[in-house]
Design a protein around this ligand. Structure first.
Ligand code: PHE
Ligand code: FE
Length: 278
């Protein structure tokens, strides 16, 4: 039944059907979890690492959403709901605006340990859910959903999507011990969780809202630029306090920036060699 591409409900959610997972699928989760959690010690943000513990994501087997949601609801009021695959933008935003995060329920095969095209439950749950247990980040995600509904009517979803990409999926945060990972696309990837932090190839630049929304991104390889936020509190404050409508208008008449671009106005933590992209 897993992988069926038809929504059962108007909001596109389907039951997780936890009992249907095979022992091999549970073992795939365990292998992915062990490999990533070892890798992320000292690399992922404090908020992420703490939440992996608090949510008990290291218990054997694929998490059961009912069990997980009890913990998550107490921490931030967020909830994880299963969907058959990618959902329309408006559906995705509406769930976020109501503090629901949509997750795939299928898990990759053992042959796909390092690469897959569609987000699976390991990416969605291990990658995203820990940050949903952080109060600041949970508020950011909800506000993002509301902002997405608004961006739809302002014809600016492509610009707002870049903010999601460079924060929620591929963000870095500055902490006392140096730069740390929090983006779900990075922390759920064995290769990119080294590359994003340690490789000389990509740029690491200070986060700037308008600059990020001008910047195109790659979906076919590791990122050529990562943006570093000062804190989750600051990210939330800035995005909530800024009216995006004038930004969208300004961006509509500006040229997009290519992913490896470094501007004179950027705060440069590391100027990438871009050796990987060549
Ligand atoms: N403040 C944004 C707007 O005016 C909404 C938003 C909040 C977007 C937080 C992203 C994150 O549209
Ligand atoms: Fe994701």
């Amino acid at each position: 039944m897993h992988g069926l591409k038809k929504p059962a409900n108007a909001d596109w959610t389907i039951p997780q059907d936890w009992a249907a997972y095979t022992p091999q699928e549970h073992r795939t989760w365990d292998r992915l979890f062990e490999r990533q959690s070892a890798m992320l010690q000292g690399r992922a943000s404090q908020a992420f690492l703490k939440a992996v513990d608090v949510l008990r994501l290291g218990q054997p087997g694929i998490p059961d959403f009912e069990v997980l949601n009890e913990k998550l609801a107490k921490l931030t009021g967020f909830e994880v709901v299963a969907v058959p695959g990618l959902v329309p933008d408006a559906v995705f935003f509406d769930h976020l605006a109501h503090r629901r995060f949509v997750s795939g329920r299928f898990i990759r095969t053992p042959e796909q340990m390092d690469y897959l095209e569609e987000p699976d439950i390991f990416h969605d749950v291990f990658g995203h859910v820990p940050m949903l247990a952080d109060p600041m980040f949970a508020d950011y995600m909800q506000a993002y959903g509301e902002g997405g509904l608004r961006a739809g009517s302002l014809h600016a979803i492509d610009k707002l999507a870049r903010l999601y990409w460079y924060t929620v999926e591929f963000g870095l945060v500055r902490e006392a011990g140096g730069l740390k990972l929090y983006g779900a696309g990075i922390v759920s990837s064995y290769g990119e969780s080294v590359f994003a932090l340690d490789d000389p190839s990509p740029n690491r630049l200070g986060f700037d809202l308008e600059r990020v929304m001008r910047t195109r991104y790659r979906i076919d390889d590791y990122q050529q630029t990562y943006f570093v936020i000062d804190s989750f509190e600051e990210l939330l404050r800035q995005t909530v306090e800024t009216d995006f409508a004038p930004l969208y208008e300004a961006l509509a008449v500006q040229e997009d920036l290519e992913p490896p671009t470094v501007l004179g106005s950027d705060r440069v933590y590391h100027r990438g060699t871009q050796a990987r992209g060549r």
